[in-house]
Design a protein around this ligand. Structure first.
Ligand code: ZN
Length: 189
């Protein structure tokens, strides 16, 4: 897998003022090794997005939390079902993973989100101490089919991404972008 499929949006460490600069050789090896895994779990998050819409549970968003290469929880947006505007896929996944692991910190876990997290979810990802975020679609793809434009500033529009040691990876996955066009006729905002 080509390392060029990845864009590292933020990889700075909390304690250091020196930005992390990956060694090109080692970075390639690292990302090549993780690439199949990342695509697998992101595909699962995308699958959840479709399931959530088919069930009528919520909008087309999925999230998967992984611990030591095993899926802890696989969730989707539950806003319609719960009548809860905060029941985004990432929030549901964090709540369920904490319950399942009996922890309030998920510092050994990674979260895979079908779409770039909104500000609320991005905040929750930080509060739960998740160590890594991998996402597929840009939030703009959701905004394009009618979702609130405020969701587009989750990662880029906050200081959080410069203050934490969260590794954020935007995976180049067209399947994640396609979710919105493929489901937009199946729910109403
Ligand atoms: Zn959200």
């Amino acid at each position: 897998m080509m390392s060029g499929e990845y864009t590292i949006i933020d990889n700075q460490k909390v304690s250091g003022s020196v930005p992390f600069v990956p060694d090109p050789v080692h970075a390639t090896v690292e990302f090549a090794a993780s690439s199949d895994k990342d695509h697998k779990y992101l595909s699962q998050a995308v699958e959840e997005a479709y399931i959530g819409v088919e069930c009528g549970d919520g909008g087309p968003f999925g999230a998967v939390i992984v611990h030591k290469n095993e899926i802890v929880v696989s969730c989707h947006n539950m806003v319609f079902k719960y009548k809860d505007p905060t029941a985004h896929a990432e929030i549901v996944a964090i709540r369920e993973a904490c319950k399942k692991l009996n922890e309030i910190k998920l510092s050994e876990c990674e979260i895979y989100a079908s779409c770039e997290p909104c500000p609320m979810c991005f905040g929750a990802i930080h509060l739960s101490r998740l160590k890594r975020l991998v996402y597929g679609a840009k939030a703009e793809a959701a905004v394009a089919i009618g979702f609130n434009s405020c969701i587009a500033n989750g990662v880029k529009g906050t200081e959080l991404c410069h203050k934490s040691n969260l590794e954020i990876v935007k995976l180049d996955a067209s399947i994640a972008e396609q979710v919105f066009q493929n489901t937009k006729e199946k729910f109403s905002l």
